[in-house]
Design a protein around this ligand. Sequence first.
Ligand SMILES: [Zn+2]
Length: 498
Amino acid sequence: MGAPKRHTPASKPKKKAKRKPDYVMGPVPRDVFSLSRREPPGPPARSLPELERLELLVSNPDLYDVADQVFPGRTPGARGRRPAYPPFIYLIVLASISIFETAEMACANFQHEHMWKTVREGVRQHRGDTTADSLPETGPQRHHWHDFRPKMIEALHELREASRDAWIKQALAKGMLGRKRRGTLVRPHRSQVITGDGTVVRPASDQTEEFTIDEKTGELQHHRVDPDATIQLEGGDREIYGNKLVTFSVRDECSPHSRIILNTDTARHQSEELDPDRQEEAKVALRLALEIRTRAPGNHTVVYDKAWRGMHRAPLIRAGLLVFTRQYDGLKPHPLKKYRYKATGCTHDVYAAEGRACDRLLSVEGKTLYDPIPVREVEYRGGEESRFYHILEIPCRTGPHVERIPVYETREDMALDPRTKRMRFNRTEHLRIIPPGTEAGDRLIGFRQDSESVFSTLDETHRLRRVPAYGADGALLIYIGYAWAKNSVALGIGRRTR
Ligand SMILES: [Zn+2]
């Protein structure tokens, strides 16, 4: 052992050198994915003072119900040793960490007469006078919180599920994710687009060595080390040491503070070296999106990043969700079908390239040219398993040929090829309902970038991007609290304007 070791990021695995494709792509045609206008940006979100956030938080009725549901028998009046504060007070403390920056500051604020009165008024509104009047004269102190926190970690699974169900109901109550389609398949209304993100929550310290020797004094020092944190990739290229969380949210059009976080969970510690394609994150994100879909059925659009590949998109599409992600690069064009037309004597060699059907031609320079075929219409057919189709209009000197192609995983695609023993065609990997690089796709990417501001709010709240929590469970607990505070704002502000 030598000098105190500081955490240094492990060397990055070598990126595969990008090979230049030996083909050229034709221009993106004007078709159903071209948009005539962009929606105007909504009014900027007004900054909310801490007191207003707290007021909105304690006026959220679901918060009390979820606490009672997850921690039954802990409410005052129940048998056994009566806890000093009912569980919903601790859920309020948890959510207040994101309002007051640390648990210590949240508890300090609850010692203040005015702040505590605000909390009691919320309790009075939702649990009646008797409960409100039986609360102690001041709020919980740090030691109360430290005593209760392990119980929250113990019940984390239930807390996550009960919170998720309440959040999704809130979104539905606010008219988001309705069953009836708003907008079109290609251009869905903002309130019908679920955006997802993986984010890294950093532990309270970057320390990775439990013991170090102080260089100057030679003393052995003990450090608290996050048991779960590893080097994570955020935004595809930023290396951050911490715990990965996946979250999904929805917001309304032109309505500041309307974003509701719908679902969240940890993507367990996997370093980039062990999991370069972020399989773990993609799997968790898939599960979370399907959980939302079950609770808010409808023809919604879900947007994630490149971690979602064809194998993740296929089950989502089957469930009726229109999935949009940017295209994974490094995919080779794949033959789709050779169309022969007897009447005109022409043939068209149609390939899937860069996410859409293309006419395979020869460029002037003698290179292979993939010319994107205009899509006239996107068709949706519901049922037990949803199906989506593109109506293509293959350009031809004899006049366009109209063809319908599936852009979901068909039964024939799934059949095993006897030679390769693999699925015949990974269609949802090669063909996309909304192809990337189109205006309709760019619009959806814009929604996701906007959703990233959720995390910048979290970052602002927790200085230096540090959530004061150790371990994947600790990070998730803090995020659940943050989501309660944020969603209470969306819920309360909506009610006020109504
Ligand atoms: Zn033709």
